[in-house]
Design a binder for this molecule. Structure first.
Ligand code: ADE
Length: 415
């Protein structure tokens, strides 16, 4: 493909990025099946797709597949710290328009969001809702050309639902986040593994025997807690939802308010989608050496200004670890500036997991393209797409399952 105009920090790293993309491409069986099935038809020919997703190798490979299916693709990252510059460079060389670099300032981040919209998209992929917000707030001229889009995350779907409730969502959005093949695998096993990968590679500390406080027991929190237990930690869950709190208790975890947990924790991980989960009154009672990490979409779950206010000395003590030394000598360590620890200090979810999520994404865009008259609003991903991804997953695992006999089908459907 021909080279297009991109905004890159380190174009000279394209060879390194290419190796990363090729590694994952070989292992994303679902995306490859979809590509082989549709490439001859070029179903996305003539479509412009704007993407805002964490720009690492798996995302880059999905963007390549969309381009291979005929689309013009422009991409930026959904977090200023989740772009891998080598991957971005390699993707641009492939012919995808890339506007992103690691460590973008807020101003650069916003200008990149605007740049990916300059291709006048027919279709969108959003992660966290920034692209959709920008279109509705300042790029309204684009709305008439948009068939629809898909949203990757819990936070993004929450924002879409709020916008829809106010009557302010002007096109259809498929909630990829809510698909079974997303929640059960990406949110649970993906977050469960990648959060610990990010924490362990950043700190090089042991988890066994430590007390881990997980704030939030949604699918992502369940995954983080389950893996903490597997690593030998004593796990405490904090929740505001009584059903989830009961579930955590039945799953064998201790459940208590953050104020009580704050005294006990060695590691704290926020996974709630809300703000100020760990704040002033909690920092005041934490143990010396406590480590804080966030795995929610936005960097508001740990109140960093209050942490800063309470501390005498702030210092980067190791890559992605910032020390806050309190007036009484206690030290609290914050990982990755309170941004998504699995992406800002790691490579995101494992390859085979993102393969499922991105399989859902590509099939969702194909579905939107085939159904251009879908009503505006938030829609579930059609069940057939969820099941197709599950079948492709089983195929890639070489696992077969039983089929219902005609008599069984009748038994299940007759009154
Ligand atoms: N890689 C790309 N997008 C991701 C996401 N939303 N979560 C984790 N890893 C990712």
């Amino acid at each position: 493909m021909s080279k297009v105009e991109s905004s890159l920090k380190k174009p000279e790293l394209a060879n390194e990025g290419r190796k990363k993309i090729d590694w994952v491409a070989d292992r994303m069986d679902i995306l490859n099946e979809i590509k082989w099935k549709y490439e001859g038809e070029q179903p996305l020919d003539g479509s412009s797709i704007s993407i805002c997703l964490h720009l690492e190798a798996k995302t880059a490979y999905m963007a390549q597949v969309l381009a291979d299916l005929g689309a013009r693709v422009s991409i930026t990252s959904s977090n200023p710290l989740s772009t891998q510059d080598d991957v971005a460079a390699a993707l641009a060389e492939y012919g995808v328009e890339v506007h992103s670099w690691y460590g973008a300032t807020e101003e650069e981040y916003n200008s990149f969001l605007n740049k990916v919209l300059d291709i006048k998209p027919h279709l969108l992929i959003d992660d966290g809702g920034d692209l959709v917000d920008l279109i509705h707030n300042t790029r309204r001229d684009l709305i008439k050309g948009i068939i629809g889009g898909s949203e990757e995350t819990t936070t993004g779907v929450q924002r879409l639902r709020a916008r829809e409730a106010e009557g302010k969502l002007e096109f259809p959005m498929l909630a990829v986040n809510d698909a079974y093949c997303k929640q059960l695998f990406d949110n649970r096993y993906g977050t469960g593994q990648s959060v610990w990968d990010g924490i362990i590679r950043t700190t090089n500390l042991v988890v066994a025997g430590k007390t881990v406080v997980v704030a939030g027991y949604g699918w992502c929190g369940k995954g983080v807690a389950m893996r903490a237990k597997g690593l030998g930690a004593r796990v405490i869950i904090t929740e505001t939802d009584p059903i989830r709190a009961s579930e955590a208790w039945m799953d064998g975890f201790r459940v208590m308010p953050m104020q009580e947990a704050a005294v006990q924790g060695d590691f704290f991980i926020t996974v709630t989608g809300c703000r100020d989960i760990i704040r002033g009154e909690h920092f005041r009672v934490m143990k010396d050496g406590a480590i804080l990490a966030n795995a929610g979409h936005f960097d508001v779950e740990i109140n960093i200004p209050e942490l800063s206010e309470q501390s005498l000395i702030e210092e980067e003590v190791r890559k992605n670890i910032r020390k806050y030394e309190m007036k009484d000598g206690r030290r609290i360590y914050l990982l990755a500036e309170g941004r998504l620890v699995n992406l800002a200090a790691g490579d995101g979810h494992p390859v085979e997991i993102m393969d499922m999520s991105f399989g859902l994404q590509v099939l969702s865009l194909l579905c939107l393209k085939e159904n251009p008259d879908l009503e505006k609003g938030v829609h579930r991903v059609p069940d057939e797409i969820d099941r197709e991804v599950a079948y492709l997953k089983l195929k890639s695992l070489n696992v077969s399952i039983d089929e219902l006999t005609p008599a069984q089908k009748e038994y299940l459907t007759s009154s």
